[in-house]
Design a binder for this molecule. Structure first.
Ligand code: SAM
Length: 162
């Protein structure tokens, strides 16, 4: 199985999937994130299962139906007007029978300039029409006093063609 973790941060999801046997690619804009992922992979004996790259999550071609699992958690909002088009590209890069795991922010959220790009449930439903949702939901968390944030997530499986 082949997977990719967009904006992997310190790589916890990448490492978890690699431990399950998925051949993973991990991408993040921060060189320090990539250094940490590689160090963690080495310590866990998973170096051969993980290729980690410092790279922008946008601006390069994704081959259609090329991954069994794609992770895009808490990152697409930073692509602003490219958030939805990139999510559509990610969805088309999932193989039939494969999975896409997404999470992002929705209101309430503190104001940013330029404003963060929220992707709402109806927009997700449109992108993932015909997919099987294994999980989806919303939540609000008070991260700090006066900092209540909304979250939305899904785990969706692309259905195989008949
Ligand atoms: C909130 S963290 C999320 C990390 C991880 N995906 C998670 O869910 O725990 C956001 C990450 O996105 C990365 N990031 C933001 N914009 C990016 C971009 N355009 N290309 C690559 N990485 C990006 C940041 O470096 C950071 O590691």
């Amino acid at each position: 199985m082949k997977g990719i973790d967009f904006a992997c941060g310190q790589g916890s999801t990448t490492l978890f999937l690699a431990k399950l046997g998925v051949q993973m690619e991990a991408i993040d804009a921060l060189v320090n994130a990539i250094i940490i992922v590689k160090k963690r992979a080495k310590l866990m004996g998973l170096s051969d299962k993980i290729n980690a790259y410092q790279k922008d999550i946008d601006g390069w071609e994704l081959k259609p139906e090329s991954y069994d699992i794609i992770i895009a958690t808490q990152c697409l909002q930073y692509l602003f007007d490219r958030a939805i088009p990139r999510l559509e590209e990610l969805a088309s890069a999932v193989k039939p029978g494969g999975f896409l795991v997404y999470s992002g922010n929705v209101p309430p959220h503190f104001k940013l300039d330029p404003p963060m790009k929220f992707i709402y449930q109806e927009e997700l439903d449109e992108i993932f029409e015909g997919w099987l949702y294994h999980s989806k939901g919303t939540d609000e968390r008070l991260l700090r006093p006066n900092d209540l944030r909304g979250y939305i997530w899904l785990v969706a499986q692309k259905q195989k063609k008949e």
